[in-house]
Design a protein around this ligand. Structure first.
Ligand SMILES: Cc1ncc(COP(=O)(O)O)c(C=O)c1O
Length: 393
């Protein structure tokens, strides 16, 4: 009988089980909302990236249905062959105006936008200077590019400067940071890094996946929030989080975008969005532009919930955004906190190594504009009960 060549994977999974780090997928029955049904249990949902509650917005759903009726369910091709539809171009024009750049190219996901762009623009002769907590899609893009990778400690502009000082002036350099860090909810050091990029002639790139729809005027992101328009060469955004649908995009100069049309591999080798997804994103942009109250509600809820956790005595790190980590220490403790909360009717995902450092395991909470005060207070009460049981507060 043939021995299973993949049996080593089972051994790895057993080891995760022994460490209390094995996770089964929580299954959502029904809609992604502020209170949702996961694994048959109604829970206050603090685990989605649905910042503005747009996943179930009737205008977005109506536009998606209309687009299916008008254009069908699929684009039928990659963008560079027959899969560029007029509606794709309309979304790119609208996003470019929104981000105040010359042009935009949309990818199938934020992951594809980051990885595809970094890998396309750099070669083995170049160097990338990257924050240690940058997102996995940036890290993968860096590896795919084959450029040298220099990591600076989280948000440490002085350390980034020291790296740059030691590099040959003529070498092509990419300085790259998340706008909002997805596991900690703090902001990248944009002003300091933009200064460095200008001083050392670097390409400046910011991944604003968690900032688009959240920070800046009408949700334009951290570049707008910090007043950095014109100083960031490559802005990445996602359509999968605050925008409620799916996709990612790169905003920048017309030259950059046309280059990516020719060289970004996810653009060239993976089918474009179904028109319904694109229509949904256009409807989400309309909401951002015409309903500023929705972002204000997100921030009111953020202030209420974050200060509630801090008053209870939890370690919430240095978050400045609707992402608030509750740091529990080692992995099994974070998983116990997450499981205890779930039993109390609150879903806050536990996150452990390798996603975060071994001693900084946490549950990550994300409030949305559509949570009610009652839902958030309910969640705070559950945190208080389970946090006390585990000796975290
Ligand atoms: C910082 C950051 N960048 C990029 C992405 C990828 O975005 P998407 O989910 O659209 O692929 C994520 C999603 O987890 C993220 O947190």
């Amino acid at each position: 009988m043939r021995t299973d060549p993949l049996s080593f994977l089972g051994t790895e999974l057993d080891s995760l089980r022994q460490q209390g780090l094995y996770r089964s997928l929580r299954v959502l029955q029904g809609r992604q909302e502020a209170t949702s049904c996961f694994d048959g249990r109604k829970v206050v949902n603090l685990s989605s990236n649905n910042y503005l509650g747009l996943t179930t917005h009737p205008d977005l759903a109506a536009r998606a249905v209309k687009a299916i009726e008008e254009f069908g369910v699929g684009s039928g091709s990659v963008r560079s062959i027959a899969g560029t539809m007029a509606i794709h171009m309309e979304l790119e024009r609208r996003l470019a105006a929104f981000k105040k750049t010359e042009a935009v190219v949309v990818f199938q996901s934020g992951f594809a936008a980051n990885a595809g762009t970094v890998a396309a623009i750099l070669t083995k002769d170049d160097v990338i200077i990257s924050d240690e907590l940058n997102h996995a899609s940036i890290i993968d893009g860096c590896r795919l590019s084959k450029a040298a990778i220099k990591i600076f400690p989280h948000k440490n502009v002085d350390a980034a400067r020291k790296i740059l000082q030691d590099l040959p002036a003529a070498q092509r350099k990419l300085l790259i940071t998340d706008g909002v860090f997805s596991m900690d909810g703090d902001l990248g050091s944009l002003p300091g890094l933009c200064d460095l990029a200008e001083e050392f002639g670097c390409i400046m790139m910011v991944d604003d996946a968690h900032a688009s729809g959240v920070f800046g005027k009408q949700g334009r992101g951290t570049i707008d929030h910090f007043g950095m328009h014109g100083r960031v060469d490559i802005q990445v955004g996602t359509l999968s989080k605050a925008m409620g649908a799916l996709g990612g995009y790169v905003a920048g100069s017309r030259t950059l975008i046309e280059f990516l049309y020719h060289r970004a591999r996810p653009f060239l080798f993976s089918t474009s969005h179904p028109p319904s997804v694109t229509a949904t994103c256009l409807a989400a942009l309309d909401i951002l532009e015409h309903d500023p109250a929705i972002i204000e509600r997100l921030w009111e809820n953020t202030r209420f919930f974050k200060s509630g956790l801090q008053t209870l005595g939890f370690n919430t790190g240095l978050s400045e955004s609707p992402i608030t980590p509750v740091i529990a220490g080692e992995g099994s403790r974070a998983m116990k906190l997450s499981d205890g909360l779930f039993a109390e009717g609150v879903f806050a995902q536990g996150i452990a190594y390798p996603t975060v450092a071994r001693d900084k395991a946490r549950v990550r909470t994300i409030v949305t504009a559509s949570h009610t005060r009652d839902e958030l207070q309910y969640a705070l009460d559950a945190f208080k009960k389970v946090g006390k049981e585990l000796g975290l507060i």
